[in-house]
Ligand binder design. Sequence first.
Ligand code: GLA
Length: 743
Amino acid sequence: MKRHPMIRRFSTLFTSLFMATVANAQKSSPGPVFRLDGGNATYAFGVNERGDLQTLYWGGRIGSQDAIPPAHSFPEWASFDSTNTTTPQEYSGWGAGLFTEPALKITFADGTRDLALRFVNATPDGTQATDVLLKDISRDIFVTLHYSMDAETGILGRSAKIVNREKLPVMIEQMAAAQWTLPPARYTLSYLTGRWAGEWTLNQGLIRPGARIIESRRGTTGHQANPWFAISRDTSQNPGGIPTAPEESGEVWFGALAWSGSWRFTIDETQFDFVRMTGGFNPFDFGYKLNPGESLESPVFYGGYSNHGLGGASRLLHRFEIAHILPQAPNPRPRPVIYNSWEATEFNVSEAAQIALAEKAASIGVDRFVMDDGWFGQRKDDHAGLGDWYVNPQKFPNGLKPVIDKVHSLGMDFGLWVEPEMVNPDSDLYRKHPEWVLNFPGRPRTEQRNQLVLNLARPDVKQYIEGFLNKLLSENDIAFLKWDYNRNWSEPGWDHLPPDEQKKIYVEFIRNLYAILADLRKKHPKVEIESCSGGGGRVDLGILRYTDEVWPSDNTDPFDRLSMQDGFTYAYTPQVMMAWVTDSPHWLNSRSTTLAYRMLSSMQGSLGIGANLNNWTPEEFATAKRLIAAYHAVQRTIAQGDLYRLISPRNGSEFSSTETVSRDKSQAVVFAFTHSTQQGRGFPLLQLQGLDPNAEYTLTWIEGTARAGTPDRASGAWWMNHGIDLDLRGDFVAAAFRLDQRR
Ligand code: GLA
């Protein structure tokens, strides 16, 4: 392909580097160049002669002595595309003839809609972080871009803060957290989509000219898409062929937005063949009025680079989440094995029935007993009670204490379900405060699951929620909250504010949610929290700063879960991925599976039991007890080790397998699943990964057997090169084993 000289020059900037002394921020003509290094990645940008902050490099780590050539703006393209459009910028204002996706779009009080941001100064603070100040060419709009690079993983956190120092208010109509640019090449985009009970579908396709929008307009993260992406360099040399995104090789750039409200990613192959990713608040229905002196801070958009394929990218993300995002970072404890009776009893909870289940759960080695929906207000089904957070006196005449005491006496801790942001119209709370919900006056209030969304942006609603949660946690010995959120927004009005302030709800609601969670954790440091939203509707790096785990899906079918868990782990660590074993046949798919198969499917994440234990046979209790004990022994490796997706369950695969290796390589745990044996085909040879080739590992079966002749012990090199041959035939059969280094 013949390229315009400008494009060739940009490509050269990405690839050819000159020797020189490099400081974190180095001065050179025409403007300074900034460089951040971490893990195996380098990120660089510079100030061009116009004063724009221009992207220079994002990729594999380059030598510390290598200089990054300074930024030069690109010329206009004939008379149709201005320099502002042709030059890839770090954070572009909409103005001066910008036709690519802007980061920031503002309307000034006098109607001016033009923003041209220029570099003012930068405050390097250490070698891993920089704050860069930009300002409009004439108006007092200031933008600070924060950059913070993780030294271990090379994951870069980027965010922006807008300050209005004008004398009049301005309206922010669009605001990204960051924009990322890749040079012209062939790329495959991977992203996650879904729906209720069908979350975590990994989609892959070539990036083509034009923009692809991945978003939520729902006021929350949403099931429909998840704020994560990965872009693999496609080196298949097969322009017409199917896109490739190798699992364990090749370059991958990935990103995840830490925000639990409406969000948007625009992934754009520009007219000039660059790939641009812009992400932040969803500009749909957005409008944030900034009064003089006020500021607005974006969420953090994290981005990383791996040259070990999608597998390498997800291992970096997992490490980063464990070390920097989770509330217990850098050492979150593996999740307790929970029992939850939701699928067994639904709303029909009572003191006697919960105690009976707790006794059975304790007998198989469960660590935590969780009571789900149905314990409060007049909650018999999903028509009433949300909002009334008092213990239902008919179901629990003596309060929660007898159940909690019993659970403790059985050696477990106690958790409880809440859905704080919601209200049923049939509740005392709604009868008293109908004005507390999202609404437009005089318009219908659309119910979903018979409930409405409380306007958490309101200080009085925030205070109410904080009040009842603090009371609940102070009066009862509760170790865990399952925090649910079972619908998306409609009629998102905030009716006591002036019309031009109401859309602030998209930001203030989420800020208040985070503030409540942070405050609860501070006041009740022992309480752990799960983010649930009818399954996986609120999973993102924003909520994960305050919650220890998430519920990936209400779909607990063990076979469906294999591909959902596969999709989930591209973005999130198994440490937070709760996985329950429930009843067979499964309520959603009517699929029957053995208990061992169900257990092994769930043991790939953070194990829980959600089956009706009242119906279990003695054999089932024995199987569960044996496998929970085996799980406890390897749980830290599974939850926090390096995950290798050896065989993907996606696309109707007959087989699937995962392997997780502990950080110190002393242990590996392998799971293998056959969907249905066809034509007598055996399980593919499993060549393991990530072991120490020179260490010796002993093999212990958790479930299943190897073919005759498989050694009980061999070197890491043997397991990785020769591989292991499993005998795994039948329909919905599973095996698992561990390898332990002999020291
Ligand atoms: C949601 C959750 C379920 C359960 C119910 C209770 O659907 O995802 O696990 O807690 O609510 O109503």
